[in-house]
Design a protein around this ligand. Structure first.
Ligand SMILES: [Zn+2]
Ligand SMILES: [Zn+2]
Length: 347
């Protein structure tokens, strides 16, 4: 009989995801076709099998399905030791339902939204409960019985010797693969896993002042659990849009505002679009480029305390781009008036 995926990777059937990864890397390194040009040892064939095994065992859903198939065919995973003499029934809480996976998501929001907060519904891809079998994994209408080996708990206790004496180690019941139940027929849609790849619409609510890079955790909104276990969590990393003229430093907001040369010289009023609306700024005469004007408490709210930072409007003077003929004339006249040599200008 062909080796099962665990044997191919040289790992135990209770290997962690980390173990799976490590074993794969080690084997792939030695068997890679680039290193085995002269393929007299059948490395290419083994590499293919190793890859196939890894693809299945590194994916929790595929692995669960594979384990069930393996169990059904009565091969390898059942060879793992549940000594018949030991293995009295474990009576703790059932192992069978497993908590779902945590789902990670990057959410892009507008700069304005990071200021005012935002609430929106998002379709999040995740393992969801199979609607055909209601998550049981058993084909609808077919009988399901309590596993006689573990009496439904999904686990057995096995005494192991330690320097402190014997302790009871909890091991997964291999008769039912930790599910506590035995099915006669697997659900066709999910192949007995009880979960399928799908998506769930989640309402995400980000507080005013939420920062770029912040991670928001929503308990119980992640992947659905195996055996109708509880859902994992949803972890949202916030990604705030960047703007050319606004930036956030801690909770302070900096707005760059262009003012005209006459306004810089004579002073006057400048209407500035802030994140809260329009503010009128008084520009004193002879204002230099890069002068900062402070407007207190109109910066970002702190996402926790709600206290606002400050707003700084940084004014600057750029050469005007679309000058009319008349304006050009006036500017030349201004240069002459100020004693500038017109030959030195790029006219
Ligand atoms: Zn069992
Ligand atoms: Zn199903």
């Amino acid at each position: 009989m062909a080796d099962d995926h665990y044997t191919i990777l040289g790992i135990e059937d209770d290997a962690t995801q980390d173990d799976v990864k490590k074993a794969y890397r080690k084997l792939a390194k030695n068997l890679h076709p680039d290193l085995n040009k002269d393929d007299s040892t059948g490395a290419a064939d083994r590499f293919k099998k190793v890859k196939e095994a890894y693809e299945i065992l590194s994916n929790p859903l595929k692995r669960e399905k594979y384990d069930l198939e393996l169990m059904r065919s009565g091969s390898a995973s059942n060879q793992s030791p549940v000594p018949q003499s030991v293995g009295f029934v474990y009576t703790g809480p059932p192992l069978a339902p497993q908590r779902g996976s945590d789902v990670k998501l990057v959410m892009k929001i507008l700069f304005q939204e990071s200021f005012s907060g935002v609430k929106k519904g998002v379709d999040v891809k995740m393992p969801v409960r199979c609607t055909n079998c209601g998550g049981s994994g058993s084909a609808p209408g077919t009988p399901v019985s309590t596993c006689p080996t573990c009496r439904g708990s999904g686990a057995l206790l096995q005494p192991v010797q330690t320097p402190q004496g014997y302790i009871n180690q909890r091991i997964i019941c291999t008769t039912c693969n930790g599910r506590g139940i035995l099915m006669q027929q697997f659900c066709q849609r999910c192949s007995g896993v009880g979960l399928v790849n799908g998506s769930d619409n989640v309402i995400l609510s980000l507080p005013p002042g939420v920062e770029d890079g912040a991670i928001i955790k929503i308990n119980g909104k992640g992947g659905y659990g195996l055996g109708n276990g509880p859902r994992g969590d949803l972890l949202i990393t916030v990604n705030v849009e960047e703007l050319p003229n606004m930036k956030r430093v801690d909770n302070d907001l900096y707005i760059e505002e262009s003012i005209s040369l006459p306004k810089a010289v004579f002073g006057g009023k400048q209407r500035v679009n802030t994140l809260e609306g329009r503010r009128t700024l008084r520009i004193p005469s002879l204002t230099k480029s890069r002068t900062e004007f402070l407007i207190e408490s109109e910066g970002f709210p702190d996402p926790v305390t709600g206290e606002h930072g400050d707003l700084y409007v940084v004014v600057y003077i750029d050469p005007p781009e679309d000058l009319t003929e008349g304006a050009k004339k006036a500017l030349k006249k201004y240069a002459l008036e100020m004693g500038e040599d017109l030959n030195d200008l790029g006219l």
